[in-house]
Design a protein around this ligand. Sequence first.
Ligand SMILES: Nc1nc2c(ncn2[C@@H]2O[C@H](COP(=O)(O)OP(=O)(O)OP(=O)(O)O)[C@@H](O)[C@H]2O)c(=O)[nH]1
Ligand SMILES: [Mg+2]
Ligand SMILES: [Zn+2]
Length: 337
Amino acid sequence: MRQKDQVFSVARVVAHHRGKYRVRTAERELWAEITGKMMYGAGSQADYPVVGDKVKISKLDGNHVLIHEVLPRKTILQRKAAGKDAPQIIATNIDVAFIVQAVDRDFNLNRFDRYLSIASAGKIKPVIVLNKIDLISKSELKEKVSQIIKRFKKIKILTTSVLDNNGIAELAKAIKKQKIYCFLGSSGVGKSSIINKLLGKNVLKTRNISISTKKGKHATTHRELFVLENGGMVIDNPGMREVGIADAGDGVESVFFEISRLAKSCKFSDCTHTHETGCRVLAAVDAREIDKSKYLNYLKLKKESDYYAMTKLEKRRKDQSFGKMVHKVMKHKRENR
Ligand SMILES: Nc1nc2c(ncn2[C@@H]2O[C@H](COP(=O)(O)OP(=O)(O)OP(=O)(O)O)[C@@H](O)[C@H]2O)c(=O)[nH]1
Ligand SMILES: [Mg+2]
Ligand SMILES: [Zn+2]
């Protein structure tokens, strides 16, 4: 038996491509695979290693190691992907989520709500990064920043331009030793370009002109963790098209904390804040204490998170009763023809 003389150590998962993992020890990077025991014992994606995880490894041969176990995760960043019930883990052990938007067509306050909700649900500190500020004037930038401050109050905002190196030093300064920073945002906002700047060399493939003419093509196709010179760690992600809410509501309620607070004084405890008399939220929207578009986005994200929180059984019942209702209406129509 080989089991006895196995020496275990701990490594960090830095990448995952098609069932193969790259892990990093204090000395170097290695290829890794999971043990058969781990594979057969895994019930869902949550049981497999993901980027950011600390894992228990043993040497297999040459540059290969075996992953035996995922060590307890400090934080989990997850979303709901289209058409899937189970949440999808983006990365683990994240300390800070850099939520990146470009100041051009990509700029959208409602999208920040989404990313902020998933960060908050994972108990991860968010920082907003506005990139490509070379594309707009100083006054336009000021206007955008004040929109963000008005909507999100206390969240830290960094403004950057990879093109003229603006704000990159401030961003680098915000990255601390041994902490993990995850870059999130739509495709093309400049996540990989920013990380290349932080690394001080072009390690990551970014979108070039010829790629950008092919619609929908992402420059980054897999998630990867990089260690910066100061010992801080950054994770590059492929741009995300779907950022569904995968939590029972805490994330959404904390991002919209003013609305949640008002909701406690609504007349009905099950108030939906859409039409009820005595709704404190609607009153605040009418009095313009709460921004209308923020309120509408709250309803939208809350609906998503409520649906997510429903059990499978409840979902089936809801779908069935909807099916029955459709059936009834159709029958009624037929009979009255
Ligand atoms: N003008 C300008 N262009 C930028 C800036 N940052 C990045 N870009 C350009 O934007 C394009 C997209 O950059 P990427 O770094 O590939 O974007 P990404 O967010 O990593 O995209 P995905 O990997 O597809 O998610 C590239 O052509 C970059 O050169 C910037 O600050 N200003
Ligand atoms: Mg990229
Ligand atoms: Zn209400």
